[in-house]
Ligand binder design. Structure first.
Ligand code: CP
Ligand code: NVA
Length: 302
């Protein structure tokens, strides 16, 4: 039966471990100039209804380097924008392509595509989740910290799609996760409830960023206004006062703390310029690892 990757709750701990090991191996092989043409003759469709630099290019280059072909479609260029039902589009695309990566607003749309497709569907970001991002970020943590066990991860920012996927990953893997959000921008309780089904850990929640970063090995942030929330930015800048990841906040974490951000970053809002430009920062490794992790995901699903 075909498998989809819509949320990290779709994976078991063993699946995470397999993807980490394979992505790290594919990265090493690529560095040695070995191109594994594992998906020769296969086609990945990408339907994106939101902007993307990293996820799109990482998926497209991953597919090309694996010997396959990507086809990028902005939703506006498809008949979806003229109300062709998702279930029809999904059935038609299943006759042409071998896998579909989707970036949409409503998570239910990706679920509908997955239900009506006979090919694997990958969530490339919805309003609710960004699973592929957290897989590649955990790969980066493994590379820089030697693993994720006993690594304290502090989320500082909006209770958004990326935070939700961290909660899912923590629930499946038993991560030591603390989530700090302003009171009005907390994680939706339904997300916490659904993740608790898998829960192998007690995730901590707070509205105090200083408290959250104490003893943290990783401090992770993301934009204060995600795609679709831009109209609220000025209101959010006030609400997120004290939540900027800057040198002062990081001084409360472990000495060797890793600051992380899925990017794109908004300097002077959720993150300070000097943190982003730190010589040994891992933001660019995070971005690179998306390509290696996407290869591992594509290989496992196709
Ligand atoms: N991190 C991430 O998903 O970036 P893009 O929006 O550029 O794809
Ligand atoms: N939370 C951000 C992530 C971008 C990669 C957004 O949804 O816009």
């Amino acid at each position: 039966m075909k498998k989809d990757l819509l949320s990290l709750l779709d994976l078991e701990k063993e699946d995470f471990e397999t993807l980490f090991a394979r992505a790290i191996q594919l990265k090493e092989r690529y560095a040695r100039g070995i191109f594994d043409k594992l998906l020769s003759g296969k086609t990945l469709g990408l339907i994106f209804d939101k902007k993307s630099t990293r996820t799109r290019v990482a998926f497209e280059t991953a597919m090309i380097q694996l010997g396959g072909h990507p086809i990028y479609m902005s939703t506006q260029d498809t008949q979806i924008s003229r109300n062709e039902p998702a279930k029809d589009t999904a059935r038609v695309l299943s006759r042409y392509i071998d896998c579909l990566a989707m970036r949409t607003f409503d998570h239910a749309l990706v679920e509908e595509f997955a239900k009506s497709s006979t090919i694997p569907v990958i969530n490339a970001l919805t309003d609710s989740f960004h699973p592929c991002q957290i897989l590649s970020d955990l790969m980066t943590i493994i590379e820089h910290k030697g693993g994720y066990k006993n690594i304290r991860i502090a989320w500082v920012g909006d209770g958004n799609n990326v935070a939700n996927s961290w909660i899912n990953a923590a629930s499946v893997l038993g991560l030591d996760l603390v989530v700090a959000c302003p009171d009005d921008y907390r994680v939706n309780p339904d997300i916490i409830e659904s993740a608790s089904v898998k829960s192998k850990t007690d995730i901590e929640f707070t509205n105090d960023p200083k408290e959250a970063v104490k003893n943290a090995d990783v401090v992770y942030t993301d934009v204060w206004a995600s795609m679709g929330d831009e109209d609220e930015l000025s209101k959010r800048i006030i609400a997120f006062k004290g939540f900027q990841v800057n040198k002062r906040l990081l001084s409360g974490a472990k000495d060797d703390v890793l600051a992380m951000h899925c990017l794109p970053a908004h300097r002077g809002e959720e993150i300070a310029e000097d943190v982003l430009e730190e010589k040994n920062s891992v933001f660019w490794d995070q971005a690179e690892n998306k390509r290696h992790m996407h290869k591992a995901i594509l290989e496992s699903l196709i």
